[in-house]
Write a protein that binds this ligand. Structure first.
Ligand code: PXG
Length: 291
């Protein structure tokens, strides 16, 4: 595999970062996860835009223009023949000394990995996930805003640990005032009849690009789409629940906190929306061509 490191494509064995990089020492940096489908980078511009917004929020200047970044992503995909894969873009604060001060790091690090990912085994897409709500509260938006896709995902990892320790696949985190927020790397949707509900951005979730895509596809196909606060009661009484994310795509949930959702199998709306998403991802206009 060839990795983009600071402007050069190098073999995996040479793709290394310094132990003094503040990305490692403090989680000081930002990232994006992007998919490629059928030889195109899915919603590349949207992901690059969010990367620059994350960087702006932590006062980090990426040493490339967004246009150059898009080109570097496509070149890295081409070098690895990454036509149906997963791309990880990582910007670190760069090498500094053993102190927090980010202004002692003169040069941000840029890493692009074009590989593959399978978040859940295929059976979960057919049978659905069992999930729980966890005690780990989502980061307070005025402490570390979840829209900053920072290199510090410990909040999410602590929630994931709780879920796995309880023998289920995924965790739903509540926000600082007890409303439903999001899963550890995915947004959450409830379906009741022809209505889709998902927590609004101000509840402290990442405003996901897959979330946005699914909301648009649902609205264009006769669903009413609402952003609303939700409690666990609303999850327990949902007809259907699903999660969305770049890595997970659209994955059904059939049980939450031991409550069976709907018939305990993926529901018709979830299956229809998953198909609409797959169809959209396969369309030329949803991505930037790699070759
Ligand atoms: N919430 C959080 C906290 C995320 O990290 C999403 C929602 C979904 O956003 P998008 O824009 O992807 O629809 C994410 C992003 C992983 C993994 O390995 C997950 C994400 C990113 C990178 C890796 O599970 N999800």
């Amino acid at each position: 595999m060839m990795i983009h490191v600071n402007g050069k494509l190098v073999p995996e064995s040479e793709a290394t970062v310094s132990v003094f990089d503040h990305g490692l020492l403090y989680g000081d940096g930002v990232f994006e996860g992007i998919r490629s489908y059928n030889g195109r980078v899915f919603l590349l511009r949207e992901h690059v835009k969010r990367l620059y917004q994350s960087a702006q929020a932590i006062n980090l200047t990426i040493p490339l223009t967004p246009e150059e970044m898009c080109r570097a992503v496509i070149e890295t995909c081409r070098a690895n023949n990454c036509l149906n894969g997963y791309i990880r873009l990582v910007i670190t604060r760069g090498v500094g000394n053993l102190g927090l001060n980010p202004y002692q790091c003169p040069k941000p690090g840029v890493i692009i990995i074009a590989a593959t990912i399978q978040l859940y085994p295929a059976e979960f897409y057919e049978k659905g996930l069992r999930i729980i709500t966890v005690g780990t509260v989502r980061n307070h938006p005025e402490a570390l805003n979840p829209n900053i896709k920072s290199l510090n995902y410990l909040n999410n990892i602590l929630a994931k640990i709780e879920a796995i320790n309880c023998g289920v696949q995924e965790a739903v985190m509540l926000n600082h005032i007890g409303y439903v927020c999001e899963a550890t790397g995915d947004n959450i949707f409830v379906v009741n009849g022809q209505t889709l509900i998902t927590p609004p951005g101000w509840c402290g979730c990442l405003v996901g690009i897959t979330r946005d895509t699914v909301m648009k596809l649902a609205a264009a196909n006769g669903y009413t789409v609402r952003e609303s606060v939700m409690t666990r009661y609303d999850l327990y009484n949902a007809e259907e629940i699903f999660l969305t994310g770049t890595a997970a795509e659209l994955v059904p949930v059939v049980e939450i906190d031991k409550r069976k959702i709907g018939a305990g199998v993926p529901g018709p709306a979830t299956r229809q929306l998953a198909q609409l998403f797959r169809d959209y991802a396969a369309q030329p206009e949803s991505g930037e061509p790699i070759v």
